[in-house]
Write a protein that binds this ligand. Sequence first.
Ligand code: SAH
Ligand code: SF4
Ligand code: F3S
Length: 449
Amino acid sequence: MEKRAFIKSYGCQMNVYDATRMADQLRAAGFRVVDEAEGADLVLLNTCHIREKAAEKVYSELGRLKGAVGASGEPTMIGVAGCVAQAEGEEIIRRQPRVDFVVGPQAYHHLPDLIAEAGKGAKPVATDLDEDKFEHLARPNRRSVTARGVTSFLTVQEGCDKFCAFCVVPYTRGAEVSRPMADVMDEALQLVDGGVREITLLGQNVNAYHGADGKGGTVTLAGLVDRLAGIEGLARIRFTTSHPNDMGEDLVLAHRDQPKLMPYLHLPVQAGSDRVLKAMNRKHTAARYSELIARIREARPDLALSGDFIVGFPGESDEDFEATMTLVREVNYASAYSFKYSPRPGTPAASREDQVPAEVASERLQRLQALLTAQQKAFNAGCVGRRVPVLLEKAGRRSDQLVGRSPYLQPVHVPASAGAIGDIVEVAITAAEGNSLFGEVVSERSAAA
Ligand code: SAH
Ligand code: SF4
Ligand code: F3S
């Protein structure tokens, strides 16, 4: 009987991408990849270690899975992948002996072997960070590419050398590496051939991309975007996440010169106080960030900005927090993510003695989120009355609707008669509600948005 496998991903988009590559391997190993844990012969948790809550979720999920059985009646094989796997390794099996194997984010090309070993009763742990999994992975298979629909992630860079004082990523994903341009182009062509119209290039520090150009040199992210833009049928290009210090002038100008590059940029600053930024080891000041934003907006005036913020970093005073509020007011974000600082084992900030009391951090987070939500609402409301090109992505919650995305990444709901999935249609925005926009189709267009 065909065995079933279920992958559950937590955390960032890189995990979502990794899950597609792991699913391909499972298919090659004879599994049918299903979308629920119930009755699965293999469950793979693709985990995130970024904050304590994210990491702890995994153990409660493992607790729930303890008694799981597959369609065959045998106990479900349980694997833990992703960043918790990397950070905790064997400790996971000690804490939850039902786990059959552990595989880190740079080692999942070993998945078929690990499953075979685990099937024999061994409890293998593969957490080598120095291997290049992309060299070993088979090309994505055609069926999994078409299953992605019209938008897809594509990891081009992994790991991080920045070592922000709060962050586990340099430890869980390893050193910064870029995939060669030819590999990226090959995968992008395959995606577009399978019907993908929008590609989001991924990396923990995607704008630090410097892939081999095949001629003994390297190419920047702007150079890569330019090459990708030459692919006929690919209408939209996005990238995430960027670091302010790696925002080269060529990438700033690409937002002016490259019509396929969408006018939306996720550029985390984390905090607005220079004292805190220094303690975070961010290596930039608030003024430098603002100056960069000004240059980007000069290149592309309608660019929508998004960011990440941490409140309650050790030693953050009321005054420091007010500096974050000031910066947010000045920049004016179209969307943003904000978090309470969470001490992570092994990171420098975790051992500091001046931790901010939880109630203080909660109160700050509430104030910051209120401001960011108001900015997002104002941005969305400002779109009412405008015309925007929308890439139709999927059926809406209501059968008479389709949902697509604006260039600014907002979900836009339109009548189902608007066009087919994969079309780019010109939409007159009539209403903004919650995080979504609603509109009427004005005319069809299939060129780049
Ligand atoms: N590589 C990206 C994102 C890394 S993780 C970058 O450099 O911006 C995504 C976000 O999680 C971070 O931007 C940060 O805001 C948040 N984060 C990271 N570590 C955290 C911690 N220890 N506590 C709270 N939030 C954290
Ligand atoms: Fe983490 Fe900082 Fe690297 Fe981003 S730049 S992944 S926040 S260490
Ligand atoms: Fe989480 Fe790892 Fe991504 S810690 S945010 S899954 S890089």
